[in-house]
Design a binder for this molecule. Structure first.
Ligand code: SF4
Length: 344
């Protein structure tokens, strides 16, 4: 029973997938058989909780049946997520699964975390006597949230290519790796017609929730900023952040320093960033305040077009005629306002 509880807490493990396979359950049975009605309801619940609370949520795992339903709800949720067919929603769902796993992982033993880390092929060294955990720098760079200060390489001790990390940090790195894995797995899948037909009312309801949410974040005025007048580069960075895509540090820096130059207040900048599926207020506030100079001695200026191109964050396929006449994203934005005034 203990093993079954573990599998239901970590349904993404190969061992859990094997358990489902060994039980010879067909997709049709999962979708249709009244025996699995509860698993289907939990599958939908996972998705709704992930979108609402950024966590797929806890359920009772007391009986064998509780555990089996929890395990089966995971593939069901994934199949439905694909049929919702919305990038932002999928990112948010993947985050909900990963955050949920993290909350469980921090309470497990380090040896258990190491077993999970093996599934992600991390190169890790662990000294049980001293409780020292070290991870190969490439695995660290690939998965650690290095856009936050405490995760930056310069703030880590490196020993022969391995970085020291704590138990909780290993759990966080697994969270990131899991989030990326779920995102890319779901991106590659197509919606199964039977899944769509059976869950059509849930899918439509979720799609409507996502549309309503999108409209809300798009129409809410943010300071004096007019999102429609943003140059293509800033629109692109912002929409990538909002879709939960991996935006390079320079992209985030360019956006925040640009918004700061438009005199947007920290809270308004955070309001914009908070629409990202993986937004964390405390850490984002630190980053923003650092760039805007509220907690550092420098208020950074936004990069010009040439620098943006050098860093690969000017979307060359999206530039328009105004871009061709300007050399700075700020001049673009100001010219857009000018265009509007001259029409009045
Ligand atoms: S040309 Fe300049 S303003 Fe236009 S998208 Fe590129 S960086 Fe932005």
């Amino acid at each position: 029973m203990e093993e079954l509880v573990t599998l239901s807490k970590y349904p993404f493990l190969n061992e859990t997938k094997q358990y489902v396979k060994d039980n010879n359950l067909s997709v049709i049975e999962l979708l249709d058989d009244p025996l699995y009605e509860r698993a289907r309801a939990i599958g939908v619940e996972r998705l709704e909780n992930a979108f609402k609370d950024r966590d797929v949520g806890n359920r009772s795992l007391v009986s064998e049946s509780d555990c089996i339903m929890e395990i089966l709800s995971y593939p069901i949720a994934r199949m439905i997520a694909v049929c919702v067919d919305d990038n932002y929603f999928i990112r948010r769902y993947a985050l909900g699964e990963a955050v949920h796993a993290y909350k469980n992982l921090i309470n497990e033993s380090t040896n258990f975390l190491l077993e999970i880390a093996q599934e992600f092929k991390f190169n890790i060294k662990y000294e049980e006597e001293t409780n020292k955990i070290r991870i190969y720098f490439k695995d660290y760079l690939r998965n650690a949230p290095t856009h936050y200060k405490e995760w930056k390489m310069i703030n880590r001790t490196m020993e022969k290519g391995f970085l020291h990390i704590k138990h909780k940090e290993l759990a966080r790195i697994i969270q990131e790796a899991l989030r990326t894995r779920i995102n890319s797995e779901l991106d590659m899948r197509d919606c199964n017609k039977s899944v769509y037909d059976i869950f059509s009312s849930d899918i439509k309801r979720i799609q409507n929730t996502v549309i309503t949410y999108r409209k809300k974040i798009q129409v809410e005025p943010i300071g004096k900023l007019d999102l429609k007048k943003l140059p293509p580069c800033m629109k692109h960075i912002l929409s990538s952040i909002q879709a939960g895509e991996n935006v390079p540090h320079m992209g985030r820096f360019a956006l925040v320093s640009f918004l700061n130059s438009l005199k947007l207040k920290t809270n308004d900048i955070l309001k914009l960033l908070s629409t990202a599926p993986d937004y964390e207020e405390e850490k984002s506030r630190y980053q923003v305040e650092h760039i805007t100079g509220s907690i550092s001695s420098t208020s950074y200026k936004p990069p010009g077009c040439e620098k943006m191109r050098t860093y690969g964050i000017c979307p060359v396929d999206q530039i328009d005629n105004l871009c061709r006449k300007k050399r700075h994203p700020l001049s673009y934005y100001i010219a857009k306002w000018g265009e509007e005034k001259s029409k009045k």
